[in-house]
Ligand binder design. Structure first.
Ligand code: ATP
Length: 729
């Protein structure tokens, strides 16, 4: 990076810190000679067979994701149900015997125990399973390989961890992690084998490429959304919003099918669990229930828009504090013990705050109005129950439903304010802990609480305004808050509409979410993008930044370039792979790698041979492992008749170079790259603009682009990281 950029660009580049942990995925298929041969040899029936298998895989992903959602639901209901039953039991006993302290200690012990279990599993076995997983899946669909993100171990920890997190009383939901779970299921099933379990079913071999895997992962992510919210269309739109660059019509249809299968499976299994077989009224892990008010007045739209503004402001405040907190964590909370202890501390404080809300705000109501299963009398008179205790001693999902549907009297204003404040603080502290956690439900809780307050306020100033139903305002507040934090637009709107099963709220929800996004974007990015950037992930956004658009290929590319000749010495290939970490190499003619720079023709001293194609490190590793060498340089054929299948066989864990044995005799042999390089790989001219290269990468999911001059000579190479350096200017 030279001094040639204007100061403002230089400063932006220096502030962008990219991690070496991340590599790119190869979404551009390698269309070389052996690939072409495979296509020519493929019969019509084989093509039809592959098409049908693709549908079958999508079906399996949907069904399995639905089953995992059932498992999570069952786990959370059992674990949290047990905990709340015990706490309520002790509350009732201790009311009479004045031993509330013991109840409090039991509550704390449950919370600490569950969250410690979840956190220890995450920290030890799969740190990548922490959080909602949405940022990681977003990166995957964008073309970034996040290590271990779609492994089986990650899925197991995710499921176990999220059950522990919810049962441990943390301000989290189980819905976000479903998206990650669906993606892992998709990546696993579509490969027909598991490296962790060391089995290979020898099926779906033709899907062992990054491009195919990505398509299935988008199906899995959509199935996760569908199972979480009973929102199959929202699921499709989520995958579309996060990875639209590779979208096509056929894929949309398959992903929709996958989402439908997921919600349908969940629906059937839950209908059996609830002992109403085939009564298909349980499409998602959370369902917002039936709203009594499904109309609003024109004037209320203005209030909804204002609520969107508040959502945007609160969302950006939430993101800004969480941003600082994450930086603090990265600096000071590094050891595994500290990470687990922090999680336990948060769960204990959450219990303490909940206890305080119940203790100071009982809100006694006559027993006949009791809505929940276990009513808590607490310190209320006989024949009454504590509405606050009954509401607080539930899972966060049930609390959200209470905010949307409870009677007006069930929540006092102070209770709502307290819930809003506590959950705001606790969920922004919780997001980023090393434990699986979803952000949707905490945001619904915060927004639902202040939205309900707005509803109560409206009732207070306009007592005759019958439309001001607090539940309706709670829903709009929830949408505003979530929109302000995550900044998703179309998918979020449709997810909420589907979870509400009420199209009349479509317009208010859409207006609120758009306002929240616009206002929030004035201050900072969405929470997922903040975490992606803090992790140093080279994610490419939707558009190139305006400032960077003034640059061109010469200023962005890397130079000098490590290139390979078409017929290359095995020893040189070995040395390059051993000493350089690059994953792609332009293949050239007319280039002598051993000629010193000053000895070259002055016209060619800045170029590296005539461009012929591109070859990937993984291909070279397979060639070396298979010993596809020739004795002599002029023997232009490969000794082994290699097929495309041989390369897919190794996918995705290729043998590292230091484990490949090459004798000193073999080092002198030659390797002919002509049939294996991608002769049609994308190139750009040295005067192409940054925005043109960016669009090429973003739209086609590229990994490397070679920069060539008018004479077709290689002058540089551009990768995703080169572009990402300028992405946040
Ligand atoms: P990725 O990690 O995205 O899969 P990569 O490992 O090939 O691809 P990067 O890690 O993105 O490449 O590259 C780091 C730097 O090395 C970038 O500035 C890039 O331009 C440069 N680079 C990549 N390939 C080559 C090459 N063959 N010769 C010289 N420089 C290269």
């Amino acid at each position: 990076m030279g001094d040639q950029y204007p100061e403002i660009i230089q400063e932006g580049v220096e502030n962008t810190c990219l991690s070496n942990l991340y590599e790119s995925l190869d979404y551009d298929p390698v269309e070389n000679s052996i690939y072409e041969k495979e296509l020519i040899d493929r019969t019509k029936w084989k093509t039809i067979y592959i098409g049908m298998v693709r549908w079958f895989v999508m079906f399996s992903i949907g069904v399995l994701t639905g089953l995992i959602a059932c498992l999570i639901d069952y786990g959370v209901t059992s674990a949290a149900g047990f905990k709340f039953y015990q706490i309520k039991h002790y509350f009732n006993i201790c009311n009479r015997h004045n031993c509330l302290g013991i109840t409090f200690l039991i509550w704390i012990a449950f919370n600490a125990g569950f969250s410690a279990l979840g956190s220890i599993a995450t920290v030890i076995f799969a740190p990548v399973a922490s959080g909602s997983g949405i940022p990681q899946i977003k990166c995957f669909l964008n073309g970034v390989k996040v290590p271990k993100v779609v492994r089986l171990k990650t899925l197991v920890v995710k499921v176990f961890g999220v059950v522990c997190a919810v049962a441990g009383g943390l301000a989290v939901g189980k819905e976000g992690p479903m998206i990650h779970s669906g993606a892992v299921v998709a990546a696993g099933i579509s490969q027909g084998r598991s490296s962790s379990l060391r089995f290979d079913l020898n099926v779906f071999e033709f899907f062992r490429t990054d491009t195919e895997k990505r398509d299935f992962v988008s199906g899995g992510a959509a199935a996760g959304v569908a199972a979480a919210f009973g929102a199959p269309v929202g699921g499709v739109l989520f995958s579309l919003e996060e990875g639209a660059s590779f979208w096509n019509q056929a894929l949309t249809w398959k992903i929709f099918f996958c989402s439908m299968m997921s919600t349908f499976t969940l629906n059937i299994v839950r209908s059996y669990i609830k002992q109403h077989p085939w009564e298909l009224t349980y499409p998602g892990l959370i369902n917002f229930g039936k709203f009594t008010f499904n109309y609003y007045s024109g004037q209320e739209l203005v209030i909804f828009i204002l609520m969107g503004v508040v959502g945007g402001l609160l969302g950006s405040l939430f993101n800004s504090i969480n941003h600082r907190l994450t930086i603090f964590r990265q600096k000071y909370i590094k050891t595994k013990v500290c990470q687990v202890l922090e999680t336990i501390l948060v769960s204990v404080i959450t219990a303490a705050l909940s206890f305080l809300i119940i203790y100071y705000n009982q809100n006694c109501l006559p027993m006949k109005e009791a809505p929940a299963q276990y009513n808590m009398q607490f310190y209320c008179a006989d024949g009454e129950y504590s509405s606050t205790a009954t509401i607080i001693l539930q899972t966060p999902e049930e609390m959200v439903k209470s905010l949307f549907h409870e009677e007006t009297t069930s929540f006092k204003r102070e209770t709502l304010l307290f819930i809003c404040l506590c959950y705001f603080i606790m969920s922004l502290w919780t997001y980023g802990l090393l434990i699986p956690s979803g952000l949707f439900i905490p945001c619904f809780l915060i927004g639902g609480a202040w939205g309900r307050l707005v509803g109560l306020f409206m009732r207070y100033i306009f007592p005759d305004m019958k439309l001001a139903d607090p539940g309706k305002y709670a829903l709009i507040g929830a949408a505003a808050m979530l929109g302000g934090v995550v900044r998703m637009t179309i998918s979020l709107t449709v997810i909420i509409i589907e979870a509400t099963a009420n199209i009349s709220y479509g317009l208010p929800i859409m207006l609120t979410i758009i306002m929240a996004k616009w206002v929030g974007d004035c201050f900072n990015e969405g929470i997922y993008d903040i975490h992606i950037h803090l992790g140093g992930v080279p994610l490419l956004g939707w558009q190139p930044s305006d400032l960077a658009s003034s640059l061109n290929a010469n200023e962005v590319m890397s130079h000098p370039v490590t290139v390979l000749q078409r017929v290359e010495q095995v020893g040189r290939v070995m040395d390059i792979l051993l000493h350089e970490s690059h994953n792609g190499f332009p293949v050239v003619d007319n280039y002598d790698p051993y000629a010193p720079m000053h000895m070259r023709n002055p016209d060619e001293s800045n170029t590296f041979g005539t461009y012929r194609g591109m070859i990937l490190r993984t291909q070279l590793l397979v060639l070396l492992k298979m010993k596809a060498f020739n004795e002599r340089e002029d023997l232009f054929h490969t000794i082994r008749n290699l097929h495309n299948k041989d390369f897919r066989e190794e996918y995705p864990r290729f043998q590292p170079i230091h484990k490949i044995n090459i004798s000193s005799n073999e080092r002198k042999m030659h390797i002919d790259l002509t049939s294996f390089m991608n002769p049609g790989a994308y190139t750009v001219s040295d005067c192409a603009t940054y925005s043109r290269i960016f669009r090429l990468f973003r739209a086609l999911g590229l990994r490397h682009v070679t920069v060539i001059n008018a004479e077709h000579q290689v002058c540089g190479i551009v990768t995703r990281k080169d572009l990402a350096r300028f992405a946040n200017l």
